[in-house]
Design a protein around this ligand. Structure first.
Ligand code: ADP
Ligand code: MG
Ligand code: MG
Length: 903
């Protein structure tokens, strides 16, 4: 038995030739795509991938799983045979890189070590194999000690950087390339001393030990603080682990005919077709992303090495065709020979996502369903943000690269800590840095925008900001940043910490002061002021095309929450197919408060009826306006919901007023009556008190007045030739008897008002009390529709009040993973969602054709929309601005594709 178990040893290591792009869970994105490129026949340096399962095992047990060491040994030997070299061989060393790579890309979050296998002896062998290129060999060796020290042994990176700066200073240069072999040999000595000082041991000379320690460090980097923070921000599960790729080294630092670069197959900012990339001659990969030296645009490679350039463009076209999407790539040229080191479906801005999806349809690579699948509501929401309005006196003081779009103004800060501090005080801040690094993450999260003076579209700042949907301008090199002095200078002016700047992440322009903003083109399109067929804006055309397809595809209708004619009109332009929630509370505010006070203080039926009679025409006028705007579409009106004392002055204020007036000897009879009413109506738990239907059953005539106003308004609109379709919604029902009582009274009034006008008024209820969901079969007997009030349903299902809990302990719950996202933001499918499902099924069973909708804020949340689609609701209702987002997501929910991961 035991022997048998040994023979089915778990497979932890895959050769590149064994994997493919669908194995991201196991091999990580980088490993899966290296395998895919290998199998496409592209020039990938040979290597193998250690699985995420090995990492998970290591992280749970604290040691490498059984069998891993042997499998690494076997794959290493095979690699050595293939390359005809042995790892770290003194005469002709095989060198490898050890690279992290998780399922989801986490740019710059985890570790990579290059040149593993170099030591005091193999450095000589490397030099002679490179034709006596001592400079190259010692440069590679010092890089190994530096990266190994920093990432494997936690030696502070600055120590190495200082030593490098010192050597350059002594030489009177700023450029690494001016250092010769002797300088670099000296630097290796200095690095070794730094290493020994911090670790208490010599730099490991044994190649296999280097390899094993580097692999372990990559495993551990999964739990580095910044990686944990990034995952939380991006909602990447914490237990996936990273794979480790061991890749034969190729050298971009062998001389001017070598180099390294990164590229996108289209512009990840705008989606435009073309060649977007950066290239750096005579350098190793990490130099490009670190922004250590200034890169040149990829186009210039054509002059430097036309053969490699053409091959690269060919490969990029091939990758796009194969992945049917924008790809980003990392490559190295070693003495005129091109090597592919990485590819993946590239991150992109919201605008680029739409534009590219549209282009790929035109190019015949994908169909409209797939295009719809490739974009999402969060991106659309981003495109609806306002932009800067520049027809003023505003002149940019600098121009960098529009690295992540949006318009952000805020106070300048120079450190991550200060950004976090000011943001906590409610300030908008712009984080200004020469360049960012992974340690700046918390500051980037806290900022409205990020401005750097160095680095391109592929710099850390750019990549991370795009991922977060945060405005970023990178590489604004006219800006001279002085972090210690907390200031920057630009165009002869000094900007200090706390001064306001504005940055445009689309154009890359930087302005001093606060620039006013204007609505986005996408919003203008939704409002109908841009005709998508006749304007030359690729984004608007793409949005139009995809939205049209979403509308044609979706089953869910999208209504809006609107309480005024103006909101209704706007939502209708945004595509709302009715009103799902018209609150009547505001109709009791403003100068109508006085009537509400009279209603509450009424000492008898007569006074109460007078107050209600005065309110009736006002309410009717409100409804007429809304029905007109929503002509022909259903309008769900919710009868008054909040407790009445919300319409009265607060207790403390009244008490003070009364006391002061008494002191002055004034007549306070009315105030005293009010005060005692407020005292009487005070509730410990207003959320669970006298509100909703309970109010309607307790205050005679209140609901009747509202029902009458609704019916009369509908009839008035119909008389004018319009078509009003009111749906009267009773809030907070928990038992069918409540609804039956309200219904009986309402039906009488409706019959009397409507007569033969042809107006049809539906009566239904909100499902927002758990008991209502659980007795939905009974309630459906008295309801023509249900509308799920998911805010209250969430509060009551969890037993917490939103206003109290969000600030008090949600952060802790999110931290502990008790929920991954606030249940007020995205529906809790398992709990609250289950109530919705039960109510929908039992309600429909009791009354076939029962209309079902949702009117909580969840109606505009992408994930929740998918859930409501799956439950089979008829419509969602959300705020006007969210209507396009819900339309898009309802379309996405209705398609089933096998398409790529949308993250
Ligand atoms: P990241 O995930 O942060 O992009 P990578 O593992 O891609 O880290 O490594 C960073 C860079 O190191 C790569 O872009 C590449 O240029 C360089 N690099 C990695 N492996 C090799 C290799 N085998 N040969 C040459 N350069 C390499
Ligand atoms: Mg990379
Ligand atoms: Mg409610």
């Amino acid at each position: 038995m035991a022997a048998q178990e040994e023979t089915v040893e778990h497979k932890y290591v895959y050769d590149f030739a064994e994997g493919n792009r669908d194995l991201k869970d196991l091999l990580g994105g980088k490993g899966a795509n290296l395998a895919e490129m290998t199998n496409l026949g592209l020039p990938v340096p040979p290597g193998f991938t250690i699985t995420t399962e090995a990492c998970q095992a290591y992280l749970t047990t604290g040691r490498e799983p059984d069998g891993l060491a042997g499998q690494i040994e076997a794959h290493l030997e095979a690699l050595e045979r293939e390359m005809g070299r042995r790892l770290g061989d003194p005469d002709d060393p095989l060198l490898v890189s050890v690279r992290s790579g998780a399922k989801f890309s986490m740019p710059g979050m985890m570790e990579t070590v290059l040149n593993v296998g170099l030591n005091d002896r193999s450095v000589i062998g490397l030099s002679s194999q490179a034709g006596g290129n001592d400079r190259f060999a010692w440069d590679s060796y010092r890089r190994l000690i530096q990266m190994f020290g920093k990432t494997v042994c936690e030696v502070p990176g600055e120590e190495f950087e200082h030593a490098l700066d010192e050597v350059k200073h002594a030489k009177g240069t700023h450029d690494d390339l001016d250092l010769d072999a002797d300088d670099l040999r000296g630097l290796v000595d200095a690095y070794k001393k730094i290493f020994a000082k911090h670790t208490g041991r010599e730099f490991p000379q044994e190649p296999r030990e280097q390899l094993d320690l580097a692999i372990r460090a990559v495993f551990e980097s999964w739990n580095a603080e910044r990686a944990v923070l990034y995952r939380r921000q991006e909602r990447i599960p914490a237990d996936l682990g990273t794979a480790v790729n061991v890749v034969t080294m190729v050298f971009g630092n062998l001389g001017p005919d070598s180099g390294t670069g990164v590229a996108f197959t289209r512009d990840p900012g705008s989606g435009a077709q073309g060649i977007y990339g950066d290239y750096l001659a005579n350098a190793q990969g990490e130099d490009v992303v670190a922004g250590i030296r200034n890169t040149v645009p990829l186009q210039e490679l054509e002059q430097l090495d036309k053969t490699s350039y053409d091959e690269l463009l060919g490969i990029m076209a091939r990758l796009e065709e194969h992945y049917k999407d924008l790809c980003d790539i990392e490559f190295t040229i070693e003495r005129g020979k091109l090597w592919m080191l990485q590819t993946r479906v590239g991150k992109r801005t919201a605008a680029a996502a739409f534009v590219i999806a549209g282009q790929l349809v035109d190019e015949g690579l994908i169909d409209l369903d797939e295009a719809l699948h490739r974009v999402n509501g969060a991106q659309l929401a981003q495109l609806m943000f306002p932009r800067f309005q520049l027809d003023h006196e505003f002149q940019p003081v600098a121009r960098g690269i529009g690295a992540s779009p949006g318009a952000a103004s805020g106070k300048v800060v120079f450190t991550s800590a200060r950004a976090v501090e000011l943001a906590a005080e409610g300030e908008s801040v712009i984080l200004v840095r020469r360049e960012t690094n992974p340690d700046d993450l918390s500051g980037m999260i806290a900022s409205k925008g990020i401005l750097t003076s160095r680095g391109g579209k592929t710099s850390h700042a750019a990549v991370v900001a795009r991922g977060m949907g945060k405005t970023c301008v990178s590489g604004a090199d006219e800006i001279d940043v002085n972090v210690p002095a907390k200031k920057f200078t630009v165009a002869g002016q000094t900007v200090n910490e706390g001064d306001v700047v504005s940055i445009d992440g689309t154009t890359g322009k930087v302005y001093l002061g606060e620039v006013p903003v204007m609505p986005s083109e996408v919003v203008q399109y939704f409002e109908g002021s841009l005709d998508p067929e006749h304007i030359d804006n690729p984004l608007v055309r793409a949005v139009h095309r995809i939205m049209t397809h979403a509308d044609a595809t979706r089953r869910l209708l999208v209504r809006t929450n609107a309480d005024t004619g103006a909101d209704a009109a706007r939502a209708r332009r945004f595509g709302a197919e009715g009103i799902g929630l018209c609150r009547t509370e505001h109709m009791f505010l403003g100068d109508r408060r006085e009537l509400v006070e009279r209603l509450i203080l009424a000492s008898g039926a007569r006074e109460r009826e007078d107050a209600l009679a005065a309110l009736l025409p006002l309410q009717r006028a409100d409804f007429v306006e809304i029905f007109r705007e929503m002509d022909g579409l259903p309008v769900t009106v919710r009868l008054i919901d909040p407790p009445l004392h919300e319409f009265l002055p607060p207790l403390e204020q009244l008490a003070v007023n009364v006391a002061v007036a008494q002191e002055r000897g004034e007549d306070v009879a009315k105030e005293e009556a009010l005060l005692s009413a407020v005292r009487r109506m005070h509730e410990e738990n207003p959320m669970l008190g006298l509100r909703g239907v309970r109010l309607g059953l307790v205050i005679p005539g209140l609901f009747a007045m509202q029902v009458r106003a609704i019916a009369e308004a509908a009839v008035a609109v119909a008389r004018d030739g319009g078509s009003a379709r009111p749906e009267i919604m009773v809030p907070l029902v928990g038992a069918v008897q409540e609804l039956e009582t309200v219904r009986a009274e309402a039906e009488k009034i409706i019959a009397e008002v409507v007569g033969d006008s042809g107006v049809d008024v539906l009566i239904g209820t909100m499902i927002e009390v758990p008991r209502a969901a659980l007795t939905a079969g009974q309630i459906a007997e008295a309801a023509e529709f249900f509308s799920f009030g998911t805010n209250d349903l969430t509060q009551m299902a969890w037993g917490f009040s939103r206003d109290d809990v969000e600030g008090a302990f949600f952060w802790r719950y999110l931290e502990l993973g008790i929920f991954g996202i606030s249940p007020f933001e995205s529906i809790d499918a398992d709990g609250v969602g289950r109530l919705v499902r039960i109510a929908a099924e039992e309600g429909r069973a009791a009354r076939p054709g029962l209309k079902l909708g949702v009117c909580g804020e969840h109606g505009g949340d992408p994930d929740s929309v998918h859930f409501f689609h799956s439950v089979g609701l008829d419509y969602v209702s959300c705020s006007p601005f969210r209507v396009p987002v819900a339309r898009l997501e309802a379309g996405r929910a209705a398609i089933t594709t096998t398409g790529s991961d949308s993250r």
